[in-house]
Design a protein around this ligand. Structure first.
Ligand SMILES: [Zn+2]
Length: 385
């Protein structure tokens, strides 16, 4: 026997009583739960891309609700006896939030459909994200326009009506539908904006959606995926973003609208400082190189944070003054080293090959010069050389 879905006629029913038809112990992801079937319920099960209601049956938490062949299963943390009467209460904040998001989706898609002929080909409503997939590509300007009109529709506070039309009249009604529907068609009509086949609970008037904000959108499967937030969820998100902004402009000691130019200037300064540091390091390296006695044959230098060009310039300067193996290693024992080696007399490609074999180094080069990286300590490198 199919469960009587009380949310179908009254989306604002928060509490109800029902006789328990069956209760079965089940394991769900290594958790013992009880799968409870009632005669009637106000709990909306997961369907159509929307996660289920949560709440309580008596004092027992309902953690998930599923529907199969019209029978609604409540997954509870403890069990009940068949025939007993239970009192159900849905988590209203959770449900009302879902109704705000869901009705917002109808408004947005209805307007996208009316203006641009877009069809909704996907919808997902979870506790974190609301996405709607449209089958056409929308420009940023079009998304902004739909968002504005959606908020105007919300402000007009028009009626949202859910009903089962007379099957005889149904073919004459123009409505959006994601798929062919078996059984009675339930229509959700937003006056002047949209008619869509849908089984979920919605708010009573568009004003109850509060507001609709497009958080982001991107190209998706030849169309557009739009991320929206409605009502209190949008307010929470606004507050979260304001906190991030406030923390940023306090850190940078500027006004909110000065943030982009302030960050841009910091990035330029940083680039200039990096350039200056690199040039100082290069000078220091050269001073070190010119300090070695010229009768040294092999020279190996270990340093931190040298860029590739400085290392190559350094090795070139060493090779001019010393006849053996000239090597510069930049890095530290923990993170490994980059290296450049050069020589007038030794085969650097062969030395690099030896480092690959003995130390698992990467890289190579010519007999005159080679470069690469190695994940090893200074002691290991010196031992190998
Ligand atoms: Zn709906």
């Amino acid at each position: 026997m199919q469960t009587v879905a009380l949310y179908d006629n009254d989306a604002f029913l928060k509490e109800f009583s029902s006789r328990v038809i069956s209760c079965q112990e089940v394991m769900v992801e290594e958790r013992k739960l009880y799968k409870v079937v009632l005669e009637q319920t106000a709990f909306f099960p997961e369907q159509g891309g929307q996660t289920s209601d949560i709440g309580y049956l008596d004092n027992t938490a309902v953690v998930d609700v599923q529907i199969e062949n019209g029978i609604i299963y409540h997954y509870c943390v403890s069990g009940f006896l068949s025939g007993e009467i239970v009192h159900g209460e849905i988590d209203w904040n959770h449900r009302f939030g879902n109704m705000q998001q869901h009705t917002g989706e109808h408004i947005f898609t209805g307007i996208a459909h009316n203006l641009y002929g877009a069809e909704n080909v996907g919808f997902h409503l979870s506790d974190n994200t609301v996405t709607l997939d449209l089958n056409i590509e929308l420009s940023p300007e079009q998304v902004r326009e739909i968002e504005l009109l959606a908020n105007k529709t919300i402000a007009r506070d028009v009626v949202v009506k859910a009903y089962y039309p007379d099957p005889v009249l149904l073919p004459a009604i123009e409505y959006r539908s994601k798929k062919e529907i078996e059984g009675a068609v339930r229509l959700v009509e937003i006056e002047g904006t949209d008619i869509c086949a849908c089984c979920a609970p919605h708010v009573k008037t568009t004003g109850q959606v509060g507001m609709l904000k497009v958080v982001s959108f991107n190209k998706y499967k030849g169309g557009t995926r739009v991320y929206i937030m409605c009502g209190l969820r949008a307010l929470d998100d606004y507050n979260r973003r304001m906190d991030i902004l406030a923390a940023s402009y306090q850190l940078l000691n500027c006004q909110e609208d000065q943030l982009p130019s302030k960050i841009s200037k910091l990035m330029d300064d940083n680039k200039q400082l990096k350039y200056e540091i690199s040039s100082i390091k290069s000078d220091m390296l050269m001073n070190r190189i010119y300090g070695f006695p010229s009768d040294l044959v092999d020279v190996t230098i270990f340093s931190e944070d040298l860029d590739a060009k400085t290392m190559r310039d350094g090795v070139n300067a060493l090779v001019e003054r010393h006849t053996g193996l000239c090597a510069i290693f930049s890095g530290d024992d923990e993170n490994g080293y980059n290296f450049v080696i050069g020589s007038q007399s030794r085969d650097c490609a062969a030395i690099a090959a030896g480092m690959r074999e003995l130390l698992g180094a990467k890289g190579g080069g010519s007999p005159q010069m080679a470069q690469g990286s190695v994940q090893a300590t200074r002691a290991q490198i010196e031992g190998t050389l």
